[in-house]
Design a protein around this ligand. Structure first.
Ligand SMILES: Nc1ncnc2c1ncn2[C@@H]1O[C@H](COP(=O)(O)OP(=O)(O)O)[C@@H](O)[C@H]1O
Ligand SMILES: [Mg+2]
Length: 647
């Protein structure tokens, strides 16, 4: 049984994965009144703790992921630095990663059920789509790209949930000034062709990677993995894949198509958005006789990995006995020496009471003794240096108790009637804070991107706290302040929806068809009003018979702005229609290209060159014959009414 170690206000239980730069632990977080939960803690390895480029990446990962809240992305709760090492605390996904599942299928030589594969890929696509659309607190798009979509970074919970992790090399558009030219990060076998070339990436690069994952799940084989990195990159560049027919199982045609569309060499031919890919998969899934959902994925996992499932359950149950006291003693006694404040910032809405710092007793820093996982070691374990001799938490607790007795009853009374304080760490970074309608100040942007404010000397009892920020809905909360304690609150103010941008589109010719994004629009008098959501980009496509089609990408536009777009299509061909009066007259049309059409009543000659002219002849007995040469007047459709003079 691994022995837990105190890590700030968390307990590290055991290590679940170990990579070149960071290690991931199971941990425990504590709240009030016995509340606790298992979390995952990703921590920078000592070896890279002073590698600036890597630390910048780790901070980026924290910064990017802290705002992401989606069922298909493991939620990040907290980011901090302790004992000189950065860490991320996040939602623990109890289960295994997709790589383990794939490998298990590979071992028995039977690829995953296509419907299960489709379900997993659909869920990842939904998470990716959300990340791609993510905005900063001011509402402008982050242009986020994950860049490392691969089976190891896709986690499957025993419950059948699918969650994307590891935004370690994800990049937001704003971050492009960081110099990493020439550095290829990620796994070559899951990169997109543009990624192995080191070209700028769009969200469609992630879709290619997801396509690769899909291909592997469907066929049961690695897609681009070759003997050397060089050959692997070559295979990616050429999208060199054997046909689906060679796979060990029959793969539904619709899924093949979806997969290959994501794997298009040309970015333009891939899905424009992850949601479109998800939608196509959903359509296929729901057309099947047997439904596949979380339940089926859960069953498949717990059956395939029955013993591992049992073992993890047992392990987690054994961790139930570790309580908050192990950590609290440490926090109280560590006091002033901690690098992270006693009250920590986080992104969850959870509120926690954290005991205020007392006059600091000297802090024994807890040496960490990472222990290899009993259940799943996702990476090979390194050899561990023997831990330093440590004074255990129990010793500290005893010291604290002795101290309390020494301070005495009077001191305790004084202590317990002292006012409390409120520590706010808010999102967005600038928030006005009112306590019982009185303005107490504004939060100041902190390094973690949130804004913090400490309000001391609040009389204990219930207070009403109101938060206000530009562009956000305000938030009111009743908070019970306890004597001499700091109440830590990490509110996120919901963003006010920004108004759509409006576009007035005018088109000639008036019969043109307009597509904006996915939607068809009808013109009225050659005009139509279009709207574009904040941060959005859409393709405008205008076409009409005999005209050259027109295409333009519109956006992103300023929220609430109004703009005009005029589109005059260029005519490439024209039609001439001749309508006689009386209606039974004979019409004969002959073009310069010598195409002829003749008959009783109205006639149309189609597809004429712009410069072509047409000899028109209209005749009827007892009427005067009409003859004229007609040229194009600028429209793709030209109609001529001819009224004969008759006796
Ligand atoms: N939130 C989590 N819950 C459970 N396991 C996780 C979690 N995050 C990561 N892991 C495990 O740790 C591995 C490494 O984590 P990751 O964030 O991908 O780090 P790295 O940058 O080293 O790839 C993952 O492949 C997964 O097996
Ligand atoms: Mg990873």
């Amino acid at each position: 049984m691994p022995k837990p170690t105190v890590f700030g206000r968390y307990l590290l239980l055991d290590r679940i994965a170990y990579g070149g730069m960071a290690e991931v632990f199971r941990g425990k977080q504590f709240g009030e009144e016995g509340f606790d939960r298992i979390i995952a803690i990703k921590r920078v390895l000592p070896a890279v703790a002073d590698n600036d480029q890597f630390l910048a990446m780790f901070r980026d990962e924290a910064n990017i992921t802290r705002t992401l809240q989606h069922g298909n992305i493991a939620q990040v709760y907290d980011f901090g630095k302790l004992d000189g090492r950065y860490y991320l605390a996040m939602e623990y996904v109890s289960g295994l990663d997709l790589k383990a599942y794939f490998t298990a299928c590979e071992k028995v030589g039977k690829p995953m059920d296509p419907a299960i594969a489709a379900l997993i890929v659909r869920e990842v696509a939904l998470g990716l789509g959300y990340a791609h659309r993510a905005t900063d607190s001011a509402g402008s798009s982050l242009g986020l790209i994950h860049r490392d979509v691969s089976p190891q970074n896709i986690l499957l919970s025993w419950q059948g949930e699918v969650k994307l992790v590891d935004f370690g090399i994800a990049k937001a558009r704003q971050k492009t000034q960081r110099t990493d030219a020439g550095v290829l990060k990620g796994k070559f076998g899951y990169m997109s062709p543009e990624q192995v070339r080191g070209l700028p990436l769009s969200n469609r690069s992630d879709l290619f990677s997801l396509g690769t994952v899909f291909w592997e799940l469907l066929t049961g084989h690695r897609a681009f993995d070759r003997e050397t990195d060089y050959e692997t990159m070559d295979a990616v560049r050429a999208v060199d894949l054997p046909p689906f027919e060679q796979a060990a199982q029959a793969i539904p045609k619709a899924l093949q198509d979806i997969c290959l569309k994501a794997l298009s060499k040309d970015e333009e031919e891939r899905y424009a958005r992850a949601e479109h890919m998800a939608r196509d998969i959903t359509r296929w899934l729901s057309a099947q006789d047997e439904q596949t959902s979380q339940l089926e994925l859960s069953t498949a996992l717990t059956e395939t990995f029955a013993s591992q499932h049992q073992a993890e359950r047992k392990l987690l149950a054994s961790y139930e006995r570790y309580g908050a006291s192990m950590v609290e003693t440490q926090i109280r006694s560590a006091g002033a020496e901690r690098e992270t404040p006693a009250v920590q910032v986080g992104v969850s809405q959870n509120r926690q009471h954290v005991p205020a710092q007392r006059a600091a007793t000297p802090a024994p820093t807890a040496p960490l003794t990472p222990t290899p996982s009993a259940v799943r070691m996702r990476e090979p374990a390194p050899t561990l240096a023997p831990p330093n001799a440590s004074r255990g938490p129990a010793v500290i607790a005893t010291l604290a108790a002795i101290l309390t007795v020494a301070i005495g009853w009077q001191a305790w009374m004084w202590w317990s009637t002292r006012p409390g304080s409120l520590q706010i760490s808010a999102m967005p970074a600038r928030v006005k804070v009112f306590v019982n309608s009185e303005l107490m100040g504004e939060t100041k942007p902190a390094p973690d991107g949130r804004g913090s404010l400490l309000i001391g000397e609040i009389p204990y009892g219930e207070v009403t706290v109101l938060l206000e920020a530009d562009g956000h809905s305000s938030l009111t909360e009743k908070i019970n302040i306890r004597p001499a304690q700091t109440f830590a609150w990490q509110p996120n103010l919901p963003q006010e929806a920004l108004p759509d941008a409006q576009i007035e589109l005018r088109v000639t010719p008036q019969e043109a068809l307009v597509t904006f994004g996915e939607d068809e629009h009808k013109l009225e008098d050659g005009q139509v009003a279009l709207i574009l959501g904040d941060g959005d980009k859409k393709d405008l496509y205008v076409r009409a018979n005999n005209y050259r089609p027109y295409r333009q990408t519109v956006g992103p536009l300023k929220p609430g702005s109004r703009s005009k777009i005029d589109v005059a299509l260029v005519m490439e061909r024209w039609n001439l229609e001749v309508v006689p009066e009386p209606a039974d007259a004979r019409v004969k049309l002959t073009s310069t290209g010598l195409a002829t059409i003749a008959g009783k009543g109205a006639q149309t000659l189609r597809g004429l060159q712009p410069k072509a002219s047409v000899q028109v002849s209209v005749s009827r007995s007892r009427c005067r014959r009409y003859r004229r040469r007609i040229t194009n007047q600028g429209a793709g459709q030209q109609t001529l009414k001819v009224t004969l003079r008759c006796r």
